[in-house]
Design a protein around this ligand. Sequence first.
Ligand code: ZN
Length: 195
Amino acid sequence: MLAQPIQKLIEAFTRLPGVGPKTAQRFTIHLLKSGRGEVVRLERALEDLLQNIRSCEICHNFSDMSPCEICSDSRRDQTMICVVAEPQDVIAIEKSGTYKGVYHVLRGVIDPLIDAMPQQMKLAELMERAPGATEIIFALDPTIEGEVTVQYLSKRLAREGLAISRLATGIPSGGSVEYADEITLGSAFKARQKV
Ligand SMILES: [Zn+2]
């Protein structure tokens, strides 16, 4: 029904996370309607991404330089490594403005249902960095996959002189005790703080 170039672009959008066929179609028709300027802007942004963004050789976050800005910042504690699953987790933590160490982006978490490690995960790279660290902080989602990943890595990283911790989980600010699930309430009790 649709001309091939239109079909091809819809398919390309569908491969993006969170984009279903309907949304992909909307994006494509939007580009068709908005004309050349919008398409060229998108084309240039993609080209710029391809040309200038690389994976940091130390933390595996995406950056326009390697080592990235965070890994080459001498004001940050280079011996404190916060382990996250995805680059967007670094953005979220950086926004909080409270963390002054560096990161390690795993590019995924271990899925206990699949009996193999995801190939692209930067697990061995973390092992290689670990001897230079004094503290490792896991900031992974409190899911089964996150839990399995923390267990797997902390067992292998454990050594004298290395502090290993994970972020506290609990009731989110603005949340409610009444509607919190039992796992959240359980960890909130464990991570309770003095007032
Ligand atoms: Zn880096």
